[in-house]
Design a protein around this ligand. Structure first.
Ligand code: PEP
Ligand code: MG
Length: 325
């Protein structure tokens, strides 16, 4: 089975009736890159930069980060790489950067919130990413965005990093696309406003499901309530897709739902054709895409939107998936 799937690495990801679905890889180490390329990823849709900051005793310098980002970008050889700025806090801690004890770390000091407070760290990372953009196709993505102000503040620091590189005479892509993760319910509700400030959206379903349902994604006690196929999640996905469509910006999905082949009808219905997932999911999802008829899948997704419970939605999508095997 594994060997059969590997034959699909170079096959184009397209439904039986001709709808293309771009499949990219989520990466959280440089090691994973070779596998991503081997399995035919069309890009890196989510480069989790946290690993660069972990298992060491100080923050990585601009040079250290630049070396890694450049390596990634060069390996991708023209295929786009979406580099997400530091997303620590929540469950991810750094030994040399003690964060305050918090009662609700997932509602606390995390990701862009830290970057906007520790601007010197943020600017260093942005500078390193910008430098890598001279070597291939790079996009910048901000995590945990909940307001327009955060995007504007982050972009101010990005412009400082650009001005600094101009002074130093170092090249970068001045038109580098800058997007935001949609993973907080507030960001969904104001998706139309955020779309005015962003070059693209990427939906982080792992956090989005956690926050919409108020279910800690790490807490086993409530794991049975963590439902990606909750009607509230589906409605949020629709709001995001419609806002992106109106503003004419691309939207992709990089949370675990992208790697669950049962979700394919939802993406087809919403007109989302860009998914990024863990490497292990790439060929399995492609196999499903190849066996899917988009028109039937869209009809199944429309039925999902009429259902009232996660159980029914999940069953419908599971049955649809099995019937098109
Ligand atoms: C997400 O929240 O869906 C996501 C992709 O980011 P992470 O899992 O790294 O929080
Ligand atoms: Mg997230």
């Amino acid at each position: 089975k594994k060997e059969q799937l590997e034959l699909l690495s170079t096959v184009e990801s397209v439904t039986k009736d001709g709808t293309h679905m771009r499949l990219s890889a989520n990466i959280s180490s440089v090691k994973e890159l070779d596998m991503a390329v081997k399995y035919g990823a069309l890009g890196v849709g989510l480069f989790r930069t946290e690993f660069l900051y972990m298992d060491r005793s100080t923050f990585p310098s601009e040079e250290e980060q630049f070396a890694v980002y450049r390596q990634v970008v060069q390996k991708m050889d023209g295929r786009p790489t979406v580099i997400r700025t530091l997303d620590i806090g929540g469950d991810k801690q750094l030994e040399y950067f003690p964060l305050p004890q918090e009662d609700n770390p997932f509602l606390g000091y995390r990701a862009i919130r830290i970057s906007l407070e520790r601007q010197e760290l943020f600017q260093t990372q942005l500078t390193a990413i910008l430098r890598a953009s001279a070597y291939g196709k790079v996009k910048i993505m901000y995590p945990m965005i909940s307001s327009v102000e955060e995007v504007r503040q982050a972009n101010l620091i990005l412009r400082k990093a650009m001005a600094d590189l101009d002074t130093r005479g170092i090249p970068y892509d001045a038109d580098i696309p800058v997007g935001v993760m949609i993973e907080i319910p507030a960001a969904v509700v104001i998706a139309d406003l955020l779309a005015e400030e962003s070059d693209f959206f990427s939906i982080g379903t792992n956090d989005l499901v956690q926050y919409v349902l108020a279910v800690d994604r790490m807490n086993e006690q409530v794991a049975h309530l963590y439902h990606p196929y909750h009607p509230a999640v589906l409605r949020m996905l629709r709001t995001i897709a419609e806002a992106a469509g109106k503003a004419n910006i691309p939207v992709s999905v990089c949370g675990e739902m992208a790697g669950d082949e049962r979700s394919i009808p939802l993406w087809l219905e919403l007109g989302i054709n860009d998914l990024s997932m863990s490497i292990q999911s790439l060929l399995r999802v492609k196999h499903r895409v190849l066996n899917t008829t988009a028109s039937a899948a869209r009809e199944a997704a429309r039925q999902c939107y009429k259902l009232a419970t996660s159980t029914e939605i999940e069953k419908l999508l599971t049955d649809f998936n099995e019937s098109s095997c």
